[in-house]
Design a protein around this ligand. Structure first.
Ligand SMILES: [Ca+2]
Ligand SMILES: [Ca+2]
Length: 224
């Protein structure tokens, strides 16, 4: 394969990579059995850490949680990204007190049409967070440790965290695409060099029978 054809092939590969990566969805889930709060019935939970191994640019994030707790009004849930971004998922004022148990596979998604404040526990379904928008994380590289932090603000009730899933829509970062392109190009150059080195020690007749390309064939003939 000559350099021109190889360059075209590489460019097509990169364009295909970019196109296919636009809709890439990554789901990272983890099961826990972490007491809320860490001790007693009021205080902070030990942070639940979810490691995301993928690089790229975050376009959208949704989070699903499962919590067993005898009074979830006690709880403030915070999602913390690998950078400094932080979001409260379920803000309530004390005047809004209600007594109910559990978040059961509750999904928070900015694109939901239902604010979580308009539904009752067990909140099984998909809801908008109350306290901010998950879009606060858009544009970051999702690689690294994400944390779910939970504060239990009232004495008398306790529970545990069971499950967290992060669902991310990610585009590959430009550096990743360039690395892919350069790797392919270097591989091609390396193979071509090897071919030319082999050709250097071939008999003249063999060169004519095995030309690497039109230009090289003409050069070989001129040396006859
Ligand atoms: Ca979303
Ligand atoms: Ca409590």
């Amino acid at each position: 394969m000559d350099r021109q054809r190889f360059a075209k092939w590489s460019l097509c590969a990169v364009l295909l990579l970019c196109a296919s990566a636009e809709s890439s969805v990554i789901r990272t889930e983890k099961y826990f059995s972490v007491p809320i709060p860490a001790a007693g019935t009021k205080g902070i939970m030990s942070p639940a850490v979810i490691f995301v191994p993928n690089h790229g640019r975050l376009l959208d994030i949704n989070i699903t949680i499962d919590i067993t707790h005898s009074c979830i009004f006690d709880l403030e849930l915070y999602l913390v990204g690998p950078g400094s971004s932080r979001l409260c998922l379920n803000y309530y004022a004390y005047s809004e007190f209600f007594r109910a148990a559990d978040y059961r596979m509750t999904k928070f998604d900015d694109e939901s049409r239902v604010p979580v404040s308009q539904r009752q526990p067990y909140f099984t379904g998909v809801y908008q967070p109350r306290g901010g928008r998950l879009a606060v994380f858009d544009g970051i590289d999702p690689y690294g440790n994400w944390r779910l932090e939970i504060y239990d603000n009232i004495i008398g009730d306790a529970g545990k965290l069971n499950y967290v899933q992060l669902e991310m829509t990610v585009n590959p970062e430009p550096a990743t695409i360039m690395f892919f392109f350069i790797s392919i190009f270097r591989l091609g150059i390396s193979k071509q060099k090897k071919y030319y080195q082999t050709l250097k020690y071939m008999p003249v007749r063999a060169k004519i029978k095995n030309p690497p390309g039109k230009n090289h064939f003409q050069i070989s003939r001129s040396r006859l």
